[in-house]
Design a binder for this molecule. Structure first.
Ligand code: PMP
Length: 372
């Protein structure tokens, strides 16, 4: 009998993936966190070209220079960050980036503040690095936005890092520039690092995303291509950080993956350097779907906050486990808010990355259910 390491015994496999395994073929999946659009043609063509040119070998550990240069330019022009290409590491998705940041930064027993509700991987990657997660409960009255007071109230003498995620999975909330600036200042004053997950940056509906990297160097900026360009299967993202931590990050990346896939890096280069109309079109369609879901939730009298980014609604329900089970019986897959932390217990996450007509049908099915 194998006795696995305690650090893995204490964490669970994603409950979200499990849900998909049990649902029927007729089920409409509002559980999934990935765009249903095809990857834009010019990005796919770049892969074919790379293959035909035989670009099928290891790349530099940090990633191909052209891509890191393009990312550096993007961060400068769009986010007001000044990060040298040498301080950028191309990763196997934002998932690897999160793991790498946690491994490079967290010592056993360090405390890390994470948003509650927040993306499942935050708790897991910190625990795998033997740190403690301190959930910061986010209030529905404040549209689930984290403020500097929320952070201050949860600081401990062992706080090493804070994870920020704006726009947020699962709440769809978008942090205010003022809050980001104040938390960044606090991070500097207290010598704390911010791990900023900006994977949904481009998926916003009117307001702009701001990076804490604009206000402090105590930050690891994580961004990627999965959501913005409908490229989840390519597994490509990046971390941009201070020069003095890049080498430590690289040690984790190098011994974990060696480098991101060569052809995926070419795809990412085509995405970042190519026309951005595809992003505008996809975000426009997400907005149309969001408006549909929001209108239907309003008609059904549910309590929720208008999502300002990402592609999720996070309505209030009495008992999320019961809700999810009832919805599933009626062939609608949703995710219990509990998967994202304690605060989520009375919420359910519904994604509008599914097609417009599927959302229409799913809402009709939900409307008929008596959840009491
Ligand atoms: N961060 C958040 C907030 C996410 O929602 C996801 C994907 N669901 C990721 C990171 C991971 O993205 P990737 O596909 O780049 O690994």
């Amino acid at each position: 009998m194998i006795n696995p390491a305690n650090r893995v015994k204490s964490i669970q496999l994603s409950q979200i993936r499990k849900m998909f395994e049990v649902c029927s073929e007729n089920a409409i999946n509002l559980g999934i966190g990935e765009p249903d659009f095809d990857t834009p043609p010019h990005i796919r063509e770049a892969v074919v070209e790379a293959l035909n040119e035989g670009f099928t070998h290891y790349t530099l550990n940090k990633g191909i220079l052209e891509l890191r240069e393009a990312i550096s330019t993007k961060l400068n022009t769009e986010n007001n960050l000044n990060i040298d290409p040498e301080s950028i590491i191309v990763t196997v998705g934002a998932s690897e980036a999160l793991y790498m940041c946690a491994q490079a930064l967290i010592n056993k027993g360090d405390d890390v503040l994470i948003p509650d509700p927040g993306f499942l991987a935050y708790d897991a990657v910190i625990k795998i690095s033997e740190g403690n997660t301190i959930p910061v409960p986010l209030k529905i009255e404040n549209d689930f936005r984290m403020t500097v007071e929320d952070v201050e109230n949860h600081l401990t003498s062992k706080t090493k890092a804070i994870i920020l995620n704006s726009p947020s999975n699962p709440t769809g909330s978008l942090m205010k520039r003022k809050d980001i600036k104040e938390i960044s200042k606090l991070a500097e004053d207290q010598d704390i690092f911010i791990i900023s997950d900006e994977i949904y940056e481009k998926i916003t509906y009117g307001k702009k995303h701001y990076s804490p990297g604009e206000f402090t160097d105590n930050v690891m900026v994580i961004n990627g291509f999965s959501k913005t360009y409908a490229m989840t299967g390519f597994r490509v993202a990046y971390v941009a950080a201070r020069e003095d931590i890049t080498e430590e990050l690289l040690k984790i990346h190098q011994y974990n993956t060696a480098c991101a896939s060569s052809i995926s890096q070419k795809a990412a280069l085509a995405a970042i350097e190519g026309p951005q109309k595809c992003v505008k079109d996809m975000v426009g369609e997400f907005k149309r779907r969001r408006n549909l879901m929001v209108r239907r939730l309003n008609e059904m009298g549910w309590e929720f906050k208008l999502p300002e980014g990402a592609f999720y609604t996070f309505p209030h329900v009495q008992d999320s486990s019961k809700f999810v089970a009832e919805a599933l019986k009626n062939d609608v897959v949703t995710v219990s808010g509990e998967a994202f932390g304690n605060v989520g217990k009375e919420h359910v996450r519904m994604s509008y990355a599914a097609s417009y007509s599927k959302i229409e049908s799913a809402m009709e099915r939900l409307e008929k259910i008596d959840f009491n």
